[in-house]
Write a new protein. Structure first.
Length: 109
């Protein structure tokens, strides 16, 4: 029996969260919301939910590499952050896993 290697045959090991603010934050929003956003995000990092975090070079948001395997869990977690609760940031969530074409180098499974 031959197993075909494809994206569906490898597990989701992380979620890449591409965050974008809907509009530039006002000075009041920066002061009020970000004073809550930063500590809550840090708590997620310390809990092992966020593996890596980056600022977008275009200044429009963040990119998180999440130690999660469920898009639904990632969505719930991010929507619970202050910017999510205020509906000021949206996320594109991309499940990722091992680079499956590398398995072809192994020959028969």
């Amino acid at each position: 029996m031959t197993t075909t290697l494809n994206a569906e045959s490898v597990p989701t090991t992380r979620i890449v969260a591409l965050g974008m603010v809907k509009a530039p934050l006002t000075p009041e929003q920066q002061r009020d919301i970000m004073s809550q956003e930063v500590p809550e995000t840090l708590r997620l990092y310390l809990a092992g939910k966020i593996d890596q975090w980056f600022a977008r070079q275009d200044g429009k948001g963040v990119i998180f590499l999440l130690n999660l395997t469920s898009v639904e869990e990632a969505s719930s977690l991010l929507e619970a952050l202050p910017l999510g609760r205020a509906k000021l940031m949206t996320f594109e969530l991309v499940p990722v896993g091992p680079l499956f074409p590398l398995g072809l180098l192994l020959g028969k499974p």
